[in-house]
Design a protein around this ligand. Structure first.
Ligand SMILES: Cc1cc2nc3c(=O)[nH]c(=O)nc-3n(C[C@H](O)[C@H](O)[C@H](O)COP(=O)(O)OP(=O)(O)OC[C@H]3O[C@@H](n4cnc5c(N)ncnc54)[C@H](O)[C@@H]3O)c2cc1C
Length: 675
């Protein structure tokens, strides 16, 4: 394509960048070695014609599913063999970079990220040797079947049963009611022939709670349902057409005793229930999925959306600040900077935080291999909180920058609707966000009790037991760029909100309210407490990264400004609590509003450099607005011309309804012209 005015604008923007893009990309990737590895994997995937993404916006769910399966089965099998990629470790780089590279491809993802790791985590050595190997080669296709029509969140009330038949040494899987039907599992609808089913274990009439069972649900030759199995698709969804979500119920389906995944608990031949090891570890595989999806969908999704919106905002001209002057780039409007640059700051803060959380999880696994069980409570707390907070911030952020692209942001050709649609369900699966926040709140309330008793806290909640000043000491603009001042604000807010809520809960309990009502009546505050805690966690993790990592002065400068902006943006968005207890006064709030604008204007020159550093290739962004060269208008028109809607000049099928009326109009117009 020729160099349009828009291309030149982006080239000018790149000239303004104050830091080395290469250095920033290496920091984001975790080192030069990681960047090289990522780029080489992306090159292999994107240069393979069979991996080429197609425009799925015009496809039916069935077509999206076909397209996804065709592409992903090739990736997991033939391409992996050709490249000698070994997927034994689900944290291998090829799988790590897959969501970044193929984006919307959800097909077979749950087999790889939920079914196989769960078998590896929950199975005995013998079970893993059999099922894991079959699964890894895609000789069987599995799904993770937990949620039911009647229950998702409340696992204790799941109704599917697995009853031990001692005589035949089998389990009998049964769905006693309509509501006990499994509902939602990805890959289940049309693809999977095996399911890892979470069911209530019953031995001699006694229930032992939820356990995992491997069940063959479709015939290995005909792919039809096995006897006693009812299975199908739950129909089309808001997005994720390729994910093949399904329903599944059992009518006294028998499986061998060996199909209960028995690493942590087993049933002996005489029906004795035997606990083995720490059953809390049963849920560790879900932690992996939580971290992966937060990174793959929430963080990368926001980074891609920011890249598209930032580049477009620099080439789009609309109006001017002075009537007689030429039109300006929309990024010059401070309102636009507020929408775009604040989200870039959020993307950076989340990026370095999820990298840190992934490192904590990897360390936990390494310790586990050596027989040492790390702090599982802290791991669950941090990953649940990070998942809820980041998916929520990501959805809000993607929608903000999508709207910031005006009309073009509404078109699929911008790439933005797809990113939003992909991020939205992440607020629900792997644990509804409210439920995740409330799970974290229980832990924070236990921490509050320790604070009341004067006991110290460790890990991510350590600050809650520290003495934090009760008044902010900042009194001029510069003070609010100091990250320690901002961190103190965020920590004071979370600490004060927690202690106030815990005190109130104790008070209403002392007046005779029962514990469940106390909990329920305080739950809105509790959710807000966890949100405040997570904001300080993300802020402080980002700040620690900047302080503990070697980087050149220009990079350090821009990262500190992004960090400050992330803090100020969130404080300004909701300063009620800080004003309520007098930690901040009105004057300080005004100063912070001014500092926010100063930071936006300062970071404006780096807006393209900051998103270029994410290093998304055009094939990955798949956006007419966000392509590297900025040739927005030619791409939009090219894309429209190639739309399936324009394949035929006239849509005869539709025109037949309009024709009688339009022909009447034609005749009237003809007559009128003769008058
Ligand atoms: C795209 C997609 C893919 C999925 N894939 C799978 C899969 O592969 N396998 C699988 O097993 N499941 C899967 N699920 C199911 C998913 O895990 C559940 O939908 C999710 O855990 C939420 O549970 P629920 O639907 O029962 O919602 P509910 O729990 O019924 O939530 C409804 C409302 O009630 C509120 N609520 C519920 N409990 C509480 C409480 N204790 N306190 C306060 N408020 C509460 C929630 O916040 C929410 O607002 C998938 C879901 C989606 C959308």
């Amino acid at each position: 394509m020729s160099k349009s005015e828009e291309c030149m604008l982006l080239m000018d923007e790149r000239e303004k960048t104050t830091f080395s893009l290469e250095e920033m990309t290496h920091l984001l990737d975790g080192g030069k070695y990681k960047t090289d590895l990522r780029q080489s994997i992306e090159k292999v995937i994107l240069s393979d014609p069979r991996m080429k993404p197609e425009d799925i916006s015009c496809m039916s769910p069935q077509q999206q599913h076909n397209h996804g399966v065709k592409r992903m089965i090739y990736f997991y099998t033939d391409l992996a063999k050709k490249m000698s990629w070994d997927f034994t470790d689900s944290r291998c780089p090829e799988l790590e970079f897959l969501p970044r590279t193929v984006g919307m491809a959800t097909s077979l993802m749950l087999h790889a990220s939920a079914f196989i790791p769960s078998v590896a985590q929950l199975g005995t050595k013998e079970q893993v040797a059999k099922w894991y190997t079959l699964g890894k080669e895609y000789f069987i296709l599995g799904c993770y079947a937990q949620t039911e029509l009647g229950h998702g969140t409340n696992l204790r009330e799941l109704e599917t049963t697995a009853t031990f038949d001692q005589k035949r040494q089998e389990f009998v899987l049964h769905s006693p009611k309509l509501t006990s039907m499994k509902w939602w599992p990805g890959e289940l609808g049309k693809g999977a022939n095996h399911a890892l089913v979470m069911a209530q274990l019953i031995i001699q009439g006694k229930s032992y709670g939820m356990h995992a069972f491997l069940v063959q649900i479709r015939d290995l030759t005909s792919h039809r349902p096995m006897p006693g199995v009812t299975v199908g698709s739950i129909g089309s969804l808001m997005s994720m057409g390729g994910s093949d979500n399904g329903y599944l119920s059992f009518k006294s389906v028998r499986i061998p005793k060996a199909n209960m995944l028995a690493r942590y608990a087993e049933v002996s031949a005489d029906g004795t229930y035997i606990k083995k090891g720490d059953t809390k570890l049963m849920h560790a595989s879900m932690v992996n999925l939580r971290v992966l999806m937060t990174k793959g969908e929430a963080v990368l999704g926001l980074e891609k959306a920011c890249t598209i919106a930032a580049r477009y905002s620099c080439v789009r001209r609309q109006g001017s600040l002075q009537p007689s002057k030429p039109e300006i780039q929309v990024i010059e409007y401070v309102t636009q900077q507020h929408k775009i640059i604040s989200q870039i700051a959020t993307a950076y803060a989340m990026h370095f935080t999820i990298q840190h959380v992934q490192a904590i999880y990897n360390q936990f696994l390494q310790d586990l291999d050596k027989g040492k069980v790390g702090n599982l409570t802290e791991l669950h707390f941090v990953t649940a909180g990070v998942k809820a907070s980041m998916t929520e911030q990501s959805v809000e952020g993607i929608e903000t920058v999508r709207r910031a692209c005006g009309g073009h942001g509404f078109a699929h050709s911008s790439g933005l609707p797809a990113l939003l649609q992909r991020a939205i369900p992440s607020c629900t699966y792997e644990g509804d966000n409210t439920v995740m926040y409330l799970f974290c709140a229980r832990h924070l309330l236990r921490c509050a009790q320790k604070v009341f008793m004067g006991q110290p806290l460790e890990g991510s909640v350590k600050y809650l037991s520290a003495e934090i000043q009760n008044k902010c000491r900042a009194n001029k603009k510069e003070d609010f760029i100091n990250p320690n001042i901002l961190l103190a604000c965020l920590q004071h807010k979370a600490q004060a909100m927690l202690l106030e809520t815990a005190t109130y809960m104790q008070y209403i309990a002392s007046k005779g309210m029962n514990q469940m009502d106390v909990w329920n009546i305080s739950s809105v505050q509790l959710v807000n407490v966890v949100k405040a805690h997570m904001l300080q966690y993300i802020f402080s993790t980002f700040l620690d990264f900047i302080n503990e990592t070697y980087c050149s002065p220009p990079i350090r400068d821009v990262l500190l400004k992004l960090c400050a902006l992330y803090g100020i943006y969130n404080i300004n968005n909701n300063a009620t609590n800080l004003l309520k207890d007098g930690y901040l006064n009105g004057e300080q709030c005004t100063l912070m509003e001014r500092v926010e604008v100063d930071l936006l204007q300062d970071l404006r020159k780096n807006v393209v450099g900051l998103v270029d550093s994410f290093d998304f290739r055009d094939e990955i962004l798949n956006s007419c607005l966000g392509a590297y060269d900025g040739n927005v208008y030619e791409r939009l028109f090219e894309n429209a011309k190639n739309s399936p809607m324009n394949k035929d000049e006239v849509h005869e099928e539709t025109y037949k309804y309009l024709k009688p009326h339009l022909h009447k109009g034609r005749d009237i117009l003809k007559k009128m012209s003769k008058l």
